[in-house]
Design a protein around this ligand. Structure first.
Ligand SMILES: C[S@@+](CC[C@H](N)C(=O)[O-])C[C@H]1O[C@@H](n2cnc3c(N)ncnc32)[C@H](O)[C@@H]1O
Length: 289
């Protein structure tokens, strides 16, 4: 797609001008596994501004692109993570007794956030299909002081694990249309191929849940074929699967799922940059009956 085609495409479901003109602000998550928030603020000189999430902050430093080169990053006191990307963990709401699958975990933003919310209790299986990406996952787990996580390198489209986990993330590989200039590489065929992987991953992770388990499916793309369509297929094919609202204790602004999928899809979230100056995301929460 060229830029005009992308604009036309966005206009079919949202305010394209607003999406394209909104500034994306860099954010960090304070990692309380390494440092209490109050102590962090006594020691850091970074210019940070609060967001709706108590541990998520906008970086107002001129050198925001170099946050990964700060001593706070090196010591694991912070993780550079978009605000939208903090939501899947908040929505999955991991507890200390949970056994969690992160089916596509590298480089580990959601895994390490979940570990922080669990205060390093319970257990996480953080999986990715690529060895080279798993090494970034290892590095982040070590830097951020996560000790409740085991890393595996497997194809999550065929996990073959049944009724084992209490919760799961499927943060799927996607066409990334919310990322700068990703539209240039977008083709319907690419999206179709990705959706085949997404469907298999979602089914495989869903089947690995115990009855009553919960799963958060997320992507950083706007394409319905990779979002609502994937979730709809699971709801049709797995009798016990039900959408539950993506609400958290936090009040974050978002749009519902596309109306053509019916009122049930009011329970999912579409996040556009204009909601809170962060990257676009799609998030759905599914409960296993
Ligand atoms: C959006 S990224 C995940 C980001 C990660 N959840 C985070 O928060 O840092 C998607 C990941 O899916 C992985 N992936 C792609 N196909 C996969 C498969 N068949 N099984 C497992 N992981 C896969 C990619 O290697 C990539 O790391």
């Amino acid at each position: 797609m060229d830029e005009n085609q992308f604009k036309d495409y966005l206009s079919t479901f949202t305010d394209a001008d607003k999406v394209l003109s909104t500034e994306i602000k860099p954010t960090i998550r304070i990692n309380t596994l390494k440092i209490p928030k109050e102590v962090f603020f006594k020691t850091t000189k970074l210019k940070l501004k609060p967001t709706f999430y108590e541990f998520g902050f906008y970086s107002e430093d001129e050198n925001s692109s170099r946050l990964g080169a700060t001593w706070e990053y090196f010591l694991g006191y912070l993780h550079t993570q978009s605000l939208s990307s903090m939501l899947p963990s908040l929505i999955l709401n991991p507890k200390q007794g949970d056994l969690i699958l992160d089916a596509a975990a590298a480089p580990g933003s959601k895994t390490t956030h979940a570990a922080m919310l669990m205060q390093n209790k319970g257990a996480i299986l953080a999986n990715d299909v690529k060895w080279e990406r798993a090494s970034a996952l290892f590095a982040n787990i070590a830097r951020l002081g996560v000790i409740n996580t085991k890393v595996t390198v497997r194809d999550a489209t065929k996990l073959g694990i049944l009724k084992y986990f209490s919760k799961a993330f499927v943060d799927a590989p996607c066409s990334s249309l919310s990322q700068p200039f990703a539209y240039k590489k977008f083709t319907p065929n690419l999206s179709y191929e990705l959706s085949k992987t997404q469907i298999k991953m979602l089914f495989s992770a869903y089947d690995s849940l115990k009855p009553g388990g919960e799963l958060v499916y997320s992507t950083c793309t706007y394409e319905k074929r990779e979002n609502e369509e994937v979730v709809k297929l699971l709801l049709e094919k797995r009798a016990g699967a039900k959408l539950t609202p993506v609400s958290t204790e936090l009040d974050f602004s978002h749009d519902s799922g596309l109306s053509e999928y019916g009122s049930e899809f009011k329970k999912v979230a579409r996040i556009y940059p204009f909601h809170f100056h962060s990257e676009g995301f799609f998030i759905a929460k599914i409960k296993k009956g």
